[in-house]
Design a protein around this ligand. Structure first.
Ligand SMILES: [Zn+2]
Length: 60
């Protein structure tokens, strides 16, 4: 699955789409403008800050 960021139109990394399939923004734009996705508590029990770190770490 390929999707482009709605702001900068760069391809969103596949790894990010795996964890956030509904996102329309790349990591940089999500950080700059705020994520378009409401981060819910994930089923693994990670807290939200850990989850955000993980999302940031998926950039390549
Ligand atoms: Zn972007």
């Amino acid at each position: 699955m390929r999707r482009r960021c709605e702001i900068c139109h760069k391809l969103i990394p596949a790894a990010r789409l795996e964890v956030l399939p509904e996102t329309k923004r790349c990591v940089d734009c999500a950080r700059r403008k705020g994520s378009d996705v409401v981060v819910k508590r994930v089923s693994t029990g990670m807290d939200i800050e850990t989850y955000k770190d993980l999302l940031g770490a998926t950039r390549s």
